[in-house]
Design a protein around this ligand. Sequence first.
Ligand code: MN
Length: 718
Amino acid sequence: MASAPHVSSENPAALPAAPALFQELSGYLKPDDLTQVRAAYHFSESAHQGQYRKSGEPYIAHPLAVANILAQWHLDSQALTAALLHDVVEDTSVTKGQIAEQFGRPVAELVDGVSKLDRIQFDTHEHAQAENFRKMLLAMARDVRVMLIKLADRLHNMRTLDAVHTEKRQRIARETLDIYAPIANRLGLNSIYQEMEDLSFRHLFPDRYRVLAKAVRTARGNRREVVGKVLESIERRLREHGIDAQVQGREKHLHSVYRKMREKHLSFAQVHDVFGFRVIVRDHMACYMALGLLHGLYKPIPGKFKDYIAIPKANGYQSLHTTLFGPFGSPIEIQIRTAEMHKIAEAGVASHWLYKSSDTSLSELQQKTHQWLQSLLEMQSESGDSVEFLEHLKVDLFPDEVYVFTPKGRIMSLPRGATAVDFAYAVHTDIGNRCVAVKINQELMPLRTELRNGDRVEIVTASHAKPNPLWLNFVATAKARAHIRHFLKTMHFSESVQLGSRLLQQALANFRKTHADIHDAQWDKLVRDSNARSRDEILSDVGLGKRLAVVVAHQLLALGEPLRPEARPTGAVVVRGSEGFAVQFARCCGPIPGDPIIGIINKGQGMVIHTHDCPLAAKSNRDPERVLDVQWDANPTKLFDVGIRLVVANQRGVLAKVAAEIAAAESNIQNVAVDPDDGGTYTVMRFTVQVMNRMHLARIVRDLRRIPEVVRIGRSKG
Ligand code: MN
């Protein structure tokens, strides 16, 4: 098979597939886009020059075939371009940069995405692992188009698998059956799914395939007359009642017959639904009417009716299914659907993936995907429960989880944002408690590193190692958090004091201080202020992770001499208690001096100042150790942005009056927004102004109230 002659490729453009592709594309692409796809074809053809497939064809035949499959789905020019180039980076000297330069970044990203999927091989046969692997591939694809190219690539490789040697053929067929066919099914790409399953079946079990195919052929011959009769009477019955319908005989694909025989321990003769009929009508109403008519024509088998229109399958599939007692005693399966449902049943995701313009950036692309989900939602909400379907797809396309490999090739799923420490605890509590370092894709990385899809993670442990309270600052899983806390709790008091002292030492170093710089008076005051019994209790709290070392360090220093400027990343201290932190003022509530405030320490050790009553702050308040009581400095010199909202009589010149009053109150206007004039009596104005504090704001508000046109005025938040 592999010894096919090397064909000279003087003129590979003469491959019949090329003109066919461009013929198809000219039907729906704009001329400019067509030119780009054509350029990609020539680029790919010369990059693959001198390479041949196992079948002996010039290599370009493969990307061309992949592009042809995508053209059937009317994919956009970026996807088509990427399909033609999909093996170029892996198999030739062309780089991703060159592709970006010549065909744009989005195309380069698509090619890169496909190459990344190519590099991951699946080698366990565990069922649960296969499911995780599918999810990981989908998550890695990010852009659905990457998966569509990959599926088309795999489909063409399956179609030409005869040329490949036995061992590899078995591996690829197994992988296709376990991984890619289910993904195609999940995305609703029915015809690809069926073809992949049947091709895999043929290569994995050639004998069973041959026997079953023959049985189906024979049965088809035997039943031909029956099928014709049923078809005719269905058509007649619908026509008589004025229903426009297209009626087709259909055959189950071989692998699903085989699966049914295996799962239900049936002989071929016992599998009834090998043949069936499909009725395609104009709208939902007609589906149900056709159903009623057919139930009048032949008796339905009780319990066999399913309404997938009202409750679509997880992949978006919709139809009515029913089984009838046929005229010759054999049951007949019938599917009833609209043309739209039929399109989705055959091509799934791809049926919606028709771009109007080709220059879409990645964010736009995500938007498009959202739009597409939205359109599905609308389409399905007409008919009922679509939530399950959408949830399902969202999980697949925008997963909240990352999938990573253990050193042994097992796949673990973790929540997005999970770090190496979360991974360690997910593997085993002991590994978590003893982890000291991590290798991600063979490279030593910090334990706080966030994991990405497809990472291979190896935890380095040491028998004497202990959990570090600082990990609590970055772990993302409840399990890791609980175990770290539990470990710290069970530590002896003296140990926790020691650990706390060490952590405080580290924190003080950030301020260029040591323990020696802290006087007893500072300690005594802190012990008093925080209602602790002793200095050791505070240290122990730090060691146990109940207090953050950086917070204690900074409280101690604040009780001593004023901090030197270099210890204050934000320059002038406007909030007491925030020294040593990079301070930001929350946008949600926009605090100004005079407002009661709290400081919330975030992951990166910065502090965000919120007002006491900010609902957003209350949310992050769940973690009390991150919340710091802070106060405004007596005389902050800075000005603060604050929003005010006015309802004013819609009269000429009112904006100028308001602006003049604000300026007179010694404030600056940062921003103005006025609702469009709809001819109404009142209108709304929103200002962002700068104030020194609440009193200053109160003065401005009082002055503005004096303007006769101002009906209502208030501070606006968020
Ligand atoms: Mn390929």
